[in-house]
Every structure is written in C-alpha cells, then in structure tokens.
Design a protein around this ligand. Structure first.
Ligand SMILES: NC(=O)c1ccc[n+]([C@@H]2O[C@H](COP(=O)([O-])OP(=O)(O)OC[C@H]3O[C@@H](n4cnc5c(N)ncnc54)[C@H](O)[C@@H]3O)[C@@H](O)[C@H]2O)c1
Length: 251
C-alpha cells in the first residue's frame, strides 16, 4: 500500500515508541515527513534512517510540545520547509504516577502541560496550515486511562480525557472546512513509556488489574497501523471519534 504518496505529514513524539513506528509506517507508504520530538538527536537519526530506507523526504526538529511559542515557530518552519502539510499526528506524551493526595501542583502541571496543553499547542499551530488544504487530518493520542479507571494516574487520565474532548470539538468546528479529527485510545503498547510507570509507595497492585490487556502487550507498530488508517483516505468517513487500540482491555 502507498496511501501517503503526495501527502505531507507532521508527527510529534517521533523519536520513540508509537511515534517512531508511525513515522516508519507513513514513510513505508510513501509519505513526506516532518518529525518532531524533545529528543532532537533521536528524531534526527530517525528521519535520516527513514529517508535512506524508504527514499522519502524527511525533515526533523527538536521541540518541547509544552512550549506554545516554540511549537508555533517549529510548525511554521516545517510548513515552510515542506511547502505546506496536510496531516498532523500528535503523539508526543509522558506518563507519571502518583498517589493523587501526595501529588504536588508542579507534578500535576507537568503532565497537563505536556499531554493536554501540548495537544492544544500542536493543533493550534497546525490548523492554519491544515486548513489551507481541501482535505486535512488530525490524529491525537489518547489513552484507555481516559475512559477506564487506572490508579495513580489521575493527572494522566485527566490530560488524556481532555485530548478526547478537545478533538471532538475540533471535528465539529472544522468539519465543513475539510478537516477530519480523531483520537486513538491506546493501551498496553510496549514502549519506553512504561519505564515511566512506577507504583507509588504502598500501592495496592490489585487495583491495576483493569488497566491490563488480557493478551500480551502490543508492539508499537500495532498502534501505528491504527493511526495510519485514521490518517489515510481509507478512513475518509471516520470523523470526530475515537478508535480504541488496547487489545480489548476495556471491553
Ligand atoms: N504505551 C502505551 O501503552 C500507551 C497507551 C496509551 C497512550 N499512549 C500514548 O502514546 C503516546 C506515545 O507514547 P509511547 O508509548 O510511544 O511512549 P514513548 O516514551 O516511547 O514516546 C513518547 C515520545 O514523546 C516524546 N516527548 C515526551 N515529552 C515531550 C515533549 N515535551 N515535547 C516533545 N516530545 C516529547 C519523547 O521524547 C518520546 O520520543 C503518548 O501520548 C502516550 O501517552 C501510550
């Protein structure tokens, strides 16, 4: 399949995990890529290796998605370098775990700043460029924690719930201007993010059972294929919704 030939795709969080696997899938299918990550060196290497492997044009940028003015500057730069783009796959995110009553305001704000404000900043900066096309796409990354009940992740859950609500609002606001905006609700994907999970002191691990998939953890490419589907024309009638990729954990 070459669903992304002629398409120009911005991906955040592309140095690792789901973002990296998504970049690989889009490159394999012929897409031009602007890859972004706080890990500037990592994302540069990913861009170079995908160009070499698949013969597609790639550019890369270091950026912190929680820094709104930097996000605008870098996304505008990517639009200049690629002469516009039609797709934003906003995947960058962090996970932190705390007993809620012990969480500091700074810890709460860190998660909300990266996951929720970062989603707003990326979409806000990308929208003028996306809307310059007849058809354009946003896929944002939510989590089963937004819908299920995951212990010690109240800030993460709130940030990912916000991503769903925000994306649905984008859909209706811009549907008549050719934008499709959807979320992937991920869960149980084996990536370095899991190293950020630490059961807080005294945690009752029994509480975590509902968060676990019944099958083994997925590979990042299994989430990437869902993101690529939503980004592609195969999903042209899918809008303002969420697709769950969690191995059935919430069912
Ligand atoms: N792994 C899972 O099971 C799972 C489940 C549900 C949702 N998600 C979501 O999927 C997304 C990707 O996570 P992953 O599992 O691939 O983890 P990951 O840690 O492998 O990748 C996250 C990427 O985001 C980048 N990043 C982190 N903070 C950033 C910032 N401030 N600015 C720019 N880039 C930043 C990291 O450098 C990294 O490359 C996240 O939004 C995560 O919340 C993951």
């Amino acid at each position: 399949m070459k669903r992304f030939e002629g398409r120009k795709v911005v991906i955040t969080g592309a140095a690792s995990g789901v973002g990296l696997a998504t970049a690989e899938r889009i490159a394999e299918e012929g897409g031009t890529l602007a890859l972004m990550d706080i890990n500037a060196e990592g994302v540069k290497k990913v861009a170079a290796s995908l160009s070499e492997k698949f013969g597609v044009k790639t550019v890369s940028y270091g950026l912190d998605v929680s820094n709104g003015s930097q996000v605008k500057e870098i996304i505008d730069q990517a639009a200049k370098d690629l002469e516009g783009f039609d797709t934003l796959l906003h995947i960058a995110g962090i996970l932190r775990t705390y007993h809620t009553h012990e969480m500091t305001f700074e810890q709460w704000h860190e998660i909300i700043n990266v996951n929720l404000h970062g989603t707003f900043y990326a979409c806000h900066a990308a929208l003028p460029h996306l809307l310059a096309n007849k058809h354009s796409v946003i896929v944002n990354m939510s989590s089963t924690s937004a819908i299920g009940s995951h212990p010690w992740m109240s800030a993460y859950a709130a940030s990912k719930g916000g991503v769903i609500s925000f994306t649905r609002a984008l859909y209706i606001e811009y549907v008549k201007r050719g934008l499709r905006a959807n979320c992937v609700v991920g869960g149980g994907i084996a990536t370095p993010l899991h190293a950020q999970f630490r059961a807080p002191e005294g945690a009752d691990m029994d509480l975590l059972r509902g968060a676990m998939p019944y099958v083994s953890f997925a590979k990042p490419k299994h989430a990437a294929s869902v993101i690529a589907f939503l980004a592609s024309d195969d999903a042209r009638f899918v809008n303002g919704t969420e697709v769950r990729a969690d191995g059935g954990a919430l069912s």
